[in-house]
Design a binder for this molecule. Structure first.
Ligand SMILES: [Zn+2]
Ligand SMILES: [Zn+2]
Ligand SMILES: [Zn+2]
Length: 230
């Protein structure tokens, strides 16, 4: 994610806060009981050079394109092409919980060992080891959360014209890439932490902003992938 921005007034880099200001204050005052006072601390954090992480949406082009834009387009399809009010409501609701799942819940079940090696999970969409192509264990299931992604597209296809199916397959593909993006982010973030934990007085951690690609593996092919094979 390229989030390098500078504060226009001071020209200094924007700092992203890891937590709410109150939580940061509590942590700070615990660690430095004789440090600066609360008011001074809060005043320092004020101003646009410090941005809470939650406001990061839109900075990452992958999240913007695969996440936000796809969801917006699918919403438009529901609005304009699904006639039955009940189904419209149901699809909108399912789409919202799908987005919540993908943004917040999905990464909670990813696993990396304490030494930073990607670990196996029985849900194929959650097996980081499989996404690196190094898993030789069986994946018997897709977990309840991940399977909703495929269920949603099956469901919406029942309600819209066949002409739109190919377009919907494209969105499914984008959302799968978005899951991959979250997995990648999780993997990289964990690695930074592992490296920091191993840091000794003579070492340094250098973070290079480059694009790493883990190709997504899925248990099911979309229709266009299937027909594209011939
Ligand atoms: Zn992103
Ligand atoms: Zn596996
Ligand atoms: Zn899963």
């Amino acid at each position: 994610m390229s989030s390098y921005r500078t504060h226009s007034k001071s020209g200094l880099p924007i700092m992203y806060l890891q937590d709410h200001k109150q939580a940061l204050w509590e942590k700070f005052s615990e660690e430095y009981p004789n440090g600066m006072r609360r008011t001074a601390f809060m005043t320092r954090l004020q101003g646009s050079r410090f941005v809470y992480q939650d406001n990061l949406g839109g900075l990452c082009s992958e999240c913007n394109e695969c996440g936000y834009e796809s969801f917006a387009s699918i919403n438009t399809i529901i609005d304009t092409h699904v006639e039955d009010e009940f189904s419209k409501e149901e699809l909108t609701q399912k789409l919202n919980s799908l987005r919540r799942y993908m943004r917040r819940e999905y990464i909670k079940d990813l696993k990396i060992t304490s030494s930073g090696t990607p670990a196996h999970k029985s849900c194929i969409c959650h097996c980081l080891s499989h996404s690196f192509g190094i898993c030789n264990l069986q994946h018997f299931e897709i977990c309840n959360g991940c399977v909703e992604l495929f269920h949603f597209f099956d469901l919406i296809k029942n309600h819209v014209d066949g002409e739109l199916h190919e377009l919907l397959d494209d969105y499914l593909k984008k959302l799968i890439s978005w899951l991959g993006h979250h997995a990648r982010k999780f993997y990289l973030n964990t690695h930074v932490q592992v490296n920091l934990d191993e840091l000794d007085e003579d070492g340094a951690v250098i973070i290079v902003d480059y694009k790493m690609r883990i190709l997504p593996h899925t248990a099911r092919e979309t229709k266009s992938q299937f027909f594209g094979k011939r």
